[in-house]
Design a protein around this ligand. Sequence first.
Ligand SMILES: Cc1ncc(C[n+]2csc(CCOP(=O)(O)OP(=O)(O)O)c2C)c(N)n1
Length: 574
Amino acid sequence: MNKTGAQIVIDAMLKEDVEVVFGYPGGVVIPIFDVLYDTKEINFILTRHEQAAAHAADGFARATGKTGVCIATSGPGATNIMTGLATAYLDSIPMVAITGQVASPLLGTDAFQEADIVGISRPITKHNFLVKSVDELPKVLKQAFHIANTGRPGPVLVDIPLDVSRGVMENYSYPEEVSLRSYKPNLNGHAKQIEKAAEMISQSKKPVIFAGGGIIHSGADKELKELAEKTNIPVTTTFMGLGGFPGDHPLFIGMPGMHGAKCANFTLQECDLIISVGARFDDRVTGYVQSFAPNASIIHMDIDPAAISKIIKVDVPVVGDAKNILTALNKIIKKRKADSWNDQVNEWKGEKLFSYTDSDSEIKPQAVIEKLYDITKGEALVATEVGQHQMWAAQYFRYLKPRTLISSGGLGTMGFGMPAAMGAAFGNRSLPVVDIAGDGSIQMNIQELATLAINNIPVKVIILNNSYLGMVRQWQQLFFNRRYSSTCLRGGSLCPVCNGPENCTKKYIPDFVKLAESYNVAAFRCDEPAEVENVLRKGLEVDGPAVMEFIVSQEENVYPMVPAGKPLDDILEG
Ligand SMILES: Cc1ncc(C[n+]2csc(CCOP(=O)(O)OP(=O)(O)O)c2C)c(N)n1
């Protein structure tokens, strides 16, 4: 059968069971959009910005484990998705991004809307392709989907020149198999290494399990729970691993790191063995690396051999898929009773992993998130933007199941949450989807309220409005002598000396409620602590999208805090 390049792109999506595609059109992708026009099996969502399309594809992938797909045009369309690719790359999220490119004869001539997208995206994609001819398109697309969602997942970009999408391939068929000589992810951990790990665990006096996003990517949450319960070893999960182990389990000790639970940090610093599964020892987790876990031996299970001993010297590496490795380990692991080490950890844990001082006169941001957890009982997908609210969302909402927290961990991308929530809503129709936002971050992709409204996507946006770029302001308060340079969203250059928020007379813009209403999105504002529950319930009950703005305490800080470059147990408290 003869097919055009554009038809091949869409046929590949159908063969790969793609249900939803996010994107934005432009000159060189018109042929692909023209085929989409007749393709009823694919739900195409027109976002208002290409960056949002990439984040939405990413959010869909995080909620489902399937590969997210987005399309953008050449030049500015393609450069607009770069932040989305980098976000997905750092968090190992499977995505395929299709970009249009100027026709092959024009490549390298500074043609209209030409940019070297393969060059620009090389360091932020797992792999990328510039398609040279229509005949190689099916193979490239098959490889792209395969690479994105196998091994350590990641984003793959396919750049398609106009003459390729217009060209015709004779005798088209979509390949059934992929053969890539240099790409063969190792899925089963080495049996001898797994035995060594089991032996080390049985000899350890003070072990801790340290689980990361790899647990979620490989669907190894049940195996992790089995290991923990058999051995009674306390479990800490990284920010990316939240939900990979039930947040209300007695063995759960919170996330570690800069804004982690004191208990998790003390446990890591005191333990004699770290059993790391699918975690990459990010600097926000380890603090000052040289003094991280000074007495511990390290077992590191990871799908990516390049992650082993990259940051921390590893004693027993096990390269493979977390689910496979843990299944094998659980078969041979000896039972272990809770002992004085567990008592010590439980003492550090206390009654609550995190606490703050509540108030009757002003809304505490932490209280809004706690109330959201109470109302939903954890039965929700929580997306976040980036900043203080993101850390409070990690601390005060408990994640009971995998894929319930959708947040940019590695890149820390402001503007990620609302479009990602939109994508997640397509991946999970049964749970409410909430975006917890700061008033700064939400403005980075606020135009997506239009996409939510027009498609009636039931994302609930909670804006914790503190009038500040709060997380940066917190650093300025603690480490730059309270010099709030360019972090107040009211003032700007008109008020060089800040007399504090209580004396501020500047009006806040925008009016989020009016703005949301102009997009036809239901909106509520709350500035009374006593009204928080009521407003949350009202917003959650709306049939469709809603914005809930909470005017919160302006100079609240995220604690505990390990200052950058300090050891994990050097902790600041409020
Ligand atoms: C795209 C982008 N630009 C800048 C930053 C740096 N940054 C990190 S947190 C933050 C402040 C976020 O403010 P807001 O969204 O209001 O949330 P809050 O911290 O007040 O909860 C900034 C500017 C970033 N992470 N991403």
